[in-house]
Design a protein around this ligand. Sequence first.
Ligand SMILES: Cc1cc2nc3c(=O)[nH]c(=O)nc-3n(C[C@H](O)[C@H](O)[C@H](O)COP(=O)(O)OP(=O)(O)OC[C@H]3O[C@@H](n4cnc5c(N)ncnc54)[C@H](O)[C@@H]3O)c2cc1C
Ligand code: FES
Ligand code: FES
Length: 1348
Amino acid sequence: MVDEFMEAILYVNGVRRVLPDGLAHMTLLEYLRGLGLTGTKLGCGEGGCGACTVMVSSYDRTSNKCMHYAVNACLAPLYSVEGMHVISIEGVGHRKRGLHPLQESLASSHGSQCGFCTPGFVMSMYALLRSNKNPPSEEEIEESLAGNLCRCTGYRPIVDAFRVFAKTNDALYIGLSSLSLQDGSSICPSTGKPCSCGSAATCGDGRFQPISYSDTDGAKYSEKELIFPPELLLRKLAPLKLRGDGGMIWYRPVRLQYLLDLKAKHPDAKLLVGNTEVGIEMRLKRLQYKVLIFVGQVPELNTVNVSDNGVEIGSALRLSELLKLLRKVVKERPAHETSACKAFIEQLKWFAGTQIRNVASIGGNICTGSPISDLNPLWMASRAEFRIINCSGDVRSVPANDFFRGYRKVDMESNEILVSVFLPWTRHLEYVKEFKQSHRREDDIAIVNGGMRVFLEERGEELFVSDASIAFGGVAPVTLRARKTEEFLTGKSWSKSLLQDALKVIQSDVLIDEDAPGGMVEFRKSLVLSFFFKFFLWVSHHVRDVKPSIEAFPPSHMSAVQSLSRPCRVGRQDYETVKQGTAVGLPEVHLSARMQVTGEAEYTDDTPVPPNTLHAALVLSKMPHARILSIDDSESKSSLGFSGLFLAKDVPADNKIGPVVADEELFATDVVTCVGQVIGVVVADTHENAKAAAGKVEVVYEELPAILSIKEAIAAKSFHPNTEKMLRKGDVELCFQSGQCDRIIEGEVQMGSQEHFYMEPHGSLVWTSDGGNEVHMISSTQDPHRHQHYVSHVLGLPMSKVVCKTKRIGGGFGGKETRSAFIAAAASVPSYLLNRPVKLILDRDVDMMISGHRHSFVGKYKVGFTNDGKVLAYDLEIYNNGGNSLDLSQAVLEIAMLHSDNVYDIPHVRIIGNVCFTNYPSNTAFRGFGGPQGMLITENWIQRIAAELDRSPEEIKELNFQVEGSITHYSQCLHHCTLHQLWNELKTSCNFLKARGEVDEFNSHNRWKKRGVAMVPTKFGVSFTKTFMNQAGALVHVYTDGTVLVTHGGVEMGQGLHTKVAQVAASAFNIPLGSVFVSETSTDKVPNASPTAASMSSDMYGAAVLDACEQIKARMKPLAAKLSFNSFAELASACYFQRIDLSAHGFYIVPDVGFDWISGKGNPFRYYTYGAAFAEVEIDTLTGDFHTREVDIKLDLGYSLNPAIDIGQIEGAFVQGLGWVALEEVKWGDAAHKWIKSGNLLTCGPGNYKIPTLNDIPFNFNVSLLKGNPNSKGIHSSKAVGEPPFFLASSVFFAIKDAIKAARAEMGLGSKWFNLDTPATPERIRMACFDEFSSPFVSLDFSPKLSV
Ligand SMILES: Cc1cc2nc3c(=O)[nH]c(=O)nc-3n(C[C@H](O)[C@H](O)[C@H](O)COP(=O)(O)OP(=O)(O)OC[C@H]3O[C@@H](n4cnc5c(N)ncnc54)[C@H](O)[C@@H]3O)c2cc1C
Ligand code: FES
Ligand code: FES
């Protein structure tokens, strides 16, 4: 046994740090944030969001090179980077030192909204630039960002910001080191553009040329790139033995023999390399391992040996290295030898994100034995062999085909380890192909994957199958070999009839139980056949190069095997700039952008905590509906670092809370009504200890019957009390009976919910002051006023003694409007009672489980129309899933009802709505607030009318459009209706008729790929429908140096509110924007503020600020008129000496709004924002995969206050809407998903809930604003923007439906109406494309199950 070397070191941003013993349980992220480097964010803790990305540099002794790569710090064990250099966002650029060009570009391209994701994006891109000698291609840039999520921007500006660093013109890149242009300036190696620094000399090896300037002294960014610390080049790699919490031991052997000795000594030790499996097991499944052996640096496990027979690959090789190796091999070896290598290359493209591939090993993937491993089916198909060594040094070889034994069980004993994998070359006429279908194309685990191989033999004019391997993942508890099919194929002649027969055999070979975990049984079965069909076609296509006599498939069938060609994203933004004063109307950059790109911007979790702070974790119900029989805290009390458990009995004042009605309990008393309901709160010395102690609170329940869907609620009449609402216009009954309607259709539309997935989870830091007499808090909320109210209410304090502050939040989208307040209130109880600061930050899974979603809806409609397509009557019963408390569900339902006309003039309307009570966490506000759901129901039946009449949906829409002066079904008259203008301009700019023709042409030539187009209009009403909420306050101070401090009641959550408000103040005083500062939102500055919601904030707070500015200006006016001043500062100073008050409180109420629900009449909205969108998509009918080829959006925003910010809102809302309609599926344990525990949420992390990535945005993404249409009812003639564009994403949904229609037409189904629920996931798309591969399993009208 080798002696352990104990001093562990790490360089962080160029600074040497000795790593103390005892931190083996810690991640790199915890360590960095503990150092105060809070620029690196915790978004999910499971490697799925990229917010924690840092760059790790290490010295590779084999190649004698420094390697730079992006990693997820949340999964990297701290000691795994021992001896390396970690660069976090703080090491890249800083406002004082100067920003890095990447940061500068991202800020100025409007690529940072809430900013929570921003450091992660910068770091991914930074690592890409540093790891490449040459500038990357645009494609490489997009690939490298696949592991980074952004919920705000819609990605387009991020891509644009980074695109300037791409190699765009090869001619520019020859002899990169210090290129000189003819005019004497240089080309910057990092940007590939002529250098703006003006100095040719520094462009050499420094790689990134500074192009920005320090905020403090205006100096150039002159720091050299942080170099690789010389000590690390010289330092010997030594073994490590270090400890961690709970007796954990961490070993790092650096020789195989030492590893084998360790394994002999600790047979139960967990080996790890990338920790991307083990880390998840420990964090999410709470598995504990006492001994961890990090094998990533054992040279024998990292070797690669290319021989005449194949390539032997060390088991610790990282997947990104594997990719490089295979690409090299493919270039160097004869083509027929590398069929398997190419299949691996293709499969690895869709394997996780870059950060995961940079650390995850092939051995980790193989030894986990996951049934959905992407690589295992390929190892099996390609005849790979695994070399295994035991502790005595005996080596054995196991064919991959025999290695996988059961669910996560492999053929390896506890005294064995995997040394290497041998991948043989393929032979002439041997073909290997990979398959994978997931929810989301990029960075997602497979639903079904596969690896297939066939080795053919020439006999005369025919080809015979000499040998075949067919393996599938995702269809059984283990990667499954389709043995019967393999046997069946062997010896047969390769022909079309073989395909037909083999498809029958495979059905009996791959059987999936009806109640198999994972569900989607019909989809998975169809995929198996579809994949095999694709394989057959692919091989047939290739063999025809060798044997042209082999019977060909029709050319249109080639669409089954043509792989997706993914052009780089492009977008056009078209707007007019109407400048008003110094700043209003200009496309100014978000005021915090420069702080966000450097990681300096602080969020709740980044606030330095006061000494003595405790960390809180919630005790949550595990039952959907149950009586609490007992709560046992004895185990919890003895848990490490425990400081207290607080239950309902401990709440100092009222335990009842609720934003509209007090129908919730802060801590459950007798009965719990959903999984995730808060029963109590535990506080301890650390976050991890608090979670552990909370997990040890034993609650005994008596189970009660639960209601787990809207349909169950309707059947049981389970509605929230007094929520039934009705709107009525004309007389629907009479109209249906009158015979005026040529046709009457009835149907049902159901749509799933949506998780907010703001990047920053909920969190609050609460502390007391003045001996416990006052309570203060910093909260991540859209509604600080509600936090103040809840906390004062549960503690029994006057509101005047409670202050809530919010600097900025990392996204809200409605999710932090009400559902954040109970979290602050829960933290306030221990803080108040113990008189100590308490911090409560929710883990992503807890956040997703307990804080509510967008409401799922069911709409039952009856529509009467004429044969011309004119709609005469609309009768709708509409239900939303409120969950276990009312929260805002009533208002959400009302907005859905008010938007149920979308843009259509319907003479007779009746809408009856109800809020369902279900045993789920309370659903809540989400961008659009019910509007999109109401409109989607309508657009569905509009489509159906088109199908009934065999006309285009666009024609039917136009025929029924509202016009100037139309009266809605709630009696509001439409003024300044720009719908027609918008629609016609869009129709022309997207060349709709041409697009339609081209799509039809494409579809006629492609059997298995179909395209579709759609145009969708929207009209979004702007105002809070509760009249009293339409009020806003602001506080403006002018200082004697001429600078202005603005505070107002709105919260900055990325939407650029503070920037717009500052523009209003700057223009009001006629001063530069830089002279205005908008401070944090605080309840002690502006009281009783409404939540930042309903897209109203710029209108309301802009007007309130303007009011305050006007008051101050009025006071300054007499002096300004009397004397002349050279500057505003001189004027302000003079006013001060004249004792003129330079501070004012501004106030604004939205005029002329009000609605009476009893009569169902009134003006609920101040005005409407109109818009329209065109979308073109392409679907793979065999797998359900889709991509959006083009989107054109046109919106009427009056005279935009800031067109750049508004474009960002439109793109962000659209992509979020695209997630809602086509990607994001919330799955609950309900009757539709019996394999999920009753009432539990499956989709509670980025691992199985998929928001759009960069790869999901339209290839061509164009946004334009309507020109020349000032809005007389908005501040500075602008219009609200946050919510209106969201619904336009339904154009993608209807384009998908159009494409499916073309696929069904191939089956003779013509224009027959069919149902498609949202979200239109690959499962729904594929199953709706009814064909010979799905028909064995489903009927024509099959609809995959949906949690509603
Ligand atoms: C965000 C995310 C996305 C992912 N996406 C995908 C995906 O698209 N496709 C997919 O297939 N997987 C995916 N995974 C799963 C995972 O990344 C892979 O399985 C990865 O290859 C595991 O490698 P690792 O080095 O991180 O394993 P580790 O977690 O370090 O180890 C995993 C297991 O392997 C064992 N092990 C490791 N090396 C050896 C050895 N030499 N001998 C014996 N046992 C050994 C360990 O003991 C451990 O049990 C994803 C994971 C995450 C977190
Ligand atoms: S926090 Fe690490 S990937 Fe999300
Ligand atoms: S800016 Fe990307 S998540 Fe907010």
